[in-house]
Design a binder for this molecule. Sequence first.
Ligand code: DGT
Ligand code: CA
Ligand code: CA
Length: 544
Amino acid sequence: MPGTTELVAIFREIGDLLDLQGVRFKPEAYRRAARSLEALTEDLAGVAARGELRAIPGVGEALAEKIEEYLRTGAVPFLDRIRSEVPPGLLEIMRLPGFGPKTARRLWVELGIEGPGELAAALAAHRLDGLAGFGPRKIALLSAALAQVGGGPKRRPLVDAWRVAEGLLAAIRTGAPVDRVEVAGSLRRRRETVGDLDILATSTRPERVFEVFSALPEVRTVRMRGPTKETVELSDGLQVDLRVVEPAAFGAALQYFTGSKDHNVHLRSRARDRGLKVNEYGVFRGEERVAGATEDDVYAALGLPTIPAEIREDHGEIEAAEAGRLPTLVDAPDVRGLLHVHLERLGGTGGLPDAARAARRLGFEYLGVVVPEADGEVPALPRPSSGAPRIFLGIETARFPTGPPPGADFWVLRPAAGLAVPPASAPGDAAGPLLVAHLAAGVDSGAEPDRLRPWLALAAARPVAFEVTAGAGSEGLDSTFARQAVEAGAQLALGPGDVPVAAWERYRLAVGLARRAWAAPETVLNARPAEELARSWAARRGRG
Ligand code: DGT
Ligand code: CA
Ligand code: CA
């Protein structure tokens, strides 16, 4: 139950943070609640709707309120608050293999160690030797664990970085004297993970912008401040570079700091061939600035159409632009509906009416309501006959279907770990429309290409759609696999992941990942009009 899964992870982290703070009893209460939620066979939103959250073992008043808040908003602000009270490096220490919150807390309280770097220094200086409970064996384990993670700061999942950035941008826009504010860097390219945030602004009063920025509650320390740039560390350890540039150079700066570095290097060599120079201030012919105010101007000065930020990785996009063959990429407004909605996990209390309202708010024409397979029985489902959004029905299964979905429009295959992919020669299409979701659970396409190769063969052999969600990495597909899948002939289905209705806006991140995969609107299943989906699905069910 992944909607619940996120909440379980949140409760576990709260437990750990409270342990780090030396709070007694409460951490175990959060962990106990996390275990109960995990063991829940029924869905959380359903329990909440009946007002029975407090009957879940370990869930008292305070926790019930946090669950309700999560179901309503998709977040638990208490987590952000206590995260800001603990040195972020301590969390990294706590997550080292063989460590836990209690050990991390001792290092903090007894030795003042606040991060992996300091721990490494303390180990090198033998400061742990002789400390009760830190025998030679434990110290050796520590050193090994530390060496493994490199002691450096971790990259964030895209969705986390995006949430933080949205908050910062809004605060800067309302509180600081800025004209334009945009996010650049890997976040703008919608890379699956983000190292640090890069924000660009124009203003006539940069000092004032930096003052406002560094006073934001999220900011923990100012690392560096110059006339045009400030670098800060947020309370969760994320670093942010904020740059203020003049309007005449805004486009050039946006282009430069969006990267990627490889894309920029390629672009610069192209400029040199044309007797031009590109940097973060503009495109220059000798001393003369020939472009800089907008990104369009910068690319035009280099004889290129503007390349979408998501594909600026030097993976052939400059050659494609040169040849006039840049793909038209899918965009958020192309998405006409969501195809993987679990009513029982939606959060809030309203079930289908709530989902329908959210769908209308986001401009969706349809929703694919998905229910788990129930031992061959046809699940009883609401299917409103008129009005928007139109409802399609999906049945979620863990095995490859062998026939059409009984009483429904399509199958959602949620492959169990180790599920063998049928040979490409199997007559799979007779089984009806197939959407493969959660494929990446435990599969990292970068690390394990072999595990995904059979799925590419499947895509080449029969119609299939792979789900791409906002949470690339552990739970969702990354864009590298998505690009291979599209090239193999698969469709993509874009969605927010299994999150409360309030967080459905995150489907936009899935769109970003699809754009990184060079996906055109035609390759996105839920960019098709409802009528067309209905017709093609009915035809394929008929054949089965
Ligand atoms: P990240 O932060 O590791 O997720 O990735 P980026 O791409 O955001 O990298 P970052 O923050 O180091 O720098 C932002 C952009 O600035 C980067 O994508 C390209 C540009 N940039 C930074 N350093 C260099 C450089 O040495 N050469 C070139 N050509 N571009 C650079
Ligand atoms: Ca960055
Ligand atoms: Ca940066």
